[in-house]
Design a protein. Structure first.
Length: 257
């Protein structure tokens, strides 16, 4: 039984005071919610104040990126050691990092290994572009991204990794994948590739989120699909009431399954 995980990706939004006010608004309602794990992935400068504001709650706190080295002359980077004791998870290989900051399957793999070595729960993002989707290349491309990200990762480590399937054409566009398509790619491509690497038992333990224009109107339908184990949500996670509603709808949809 995989516990669903709904994480907000705030991208480059919110000041410290806005972030703390958000945490204070969601902390009580989300701590009482059963059957779903919730998380906030925020800019590195927000993580320490957020960790203080969320103290005592069960809400995961994640970075949106990190470097793989522990320390050194890497100006502007954040290391897994720095995240220790502040964040408990980290997004790796978001398509915006791949597109604008030169992230590759190889750097994703290095970061994934570093996150695991420092006990951070990774959320590894994969997903095809519109052109790849239209050319019928989704299966091969997404499967290749999974194989690249998971290179030299053991089965025991793999079981604790979260994967987010995020078709790039659905991110921030208001055009989510249909729940059937998302379920099919997650089951028949992402989980099937993981089963090829680690066997069905381990693949069956790995949580796979869907991301791309999830909102309060479509979340219940998406989360009612058996292969979808939660969501990675950008825009719709920025307001406390919306984020609470997304988490509640995920718990409810999964309790029916
Ligand atoms: C994301 O940032 O990972 C994302 C899916 O964004 P949005 O929900 O806004 O499409």
């Amino acid at each position: 039984m995989r516990t669903p995980f709904l994480a907000g990706n705030w991208k480059m939004f919110k000041t410290v005071s806005e972030a703390v006010a958000f945490a204070e608004a969601v902390k009580g309602p989300l701590s009482m919610l059963k059957g779903v794990e919730c998380g906030i992935c925020a800019s590195a400068v927000l993580l320490h104040p957020l960790s203080l504001a969320l103290k005592g709650s069960s809400i995961h706190l994640g970075a949106q990126n990190m470097y793989w080295e522990k320390e050194g002359a890497f100006t502007g980077e954040t290391s897994p050691v720095m995240l220790g004791g502040i964040a408990d998870c980290v997004i790796i290989g978001h398509s915006e990092r791949r597109q604008y900051f030169g992230e590759t399957d190889e750097t994703v793999n290095r970061k994934l290994k570093a996150a695991l070595a420092h006990s951070l729960m990774p959320i590894v993002c994969v997903g095809e572009s519109l052109a790849q989707n239209q050319a019928g290349e989704t299966e091969a491309f997404v499967s290749g991204q999974i194989k690249g990200a998971f290179a030299d990762i053991s089965a025991e480590q793999a079981a604790g990794i979260v994967v987010a399937y995020e078709p790039i054409w659905a991110i921030g566009t208001g055009l989510a994948a249909t729940s059937e398509d998302a379920n099919r790619i997650i089951g028949q491509v992402v989980r099937a590739t993981l089963a090829g690497l680690y066997g069905k038992d381990v693949a069956g333990q790995i949580r796979i989120q869907y991301g791309g224009s999830v909102n309060t109107g479509n979340v219940a339908e998406l989360m009612s699909q058996p292969e979808i184990d939660g969501g990675l949500v950008g825009g719709a996670s920025l307001k406390p009431e919306g984020f609470i509603a997304l988490c509640e709808a995920t718990a409810q949809a999964k309790s029916k399954g």
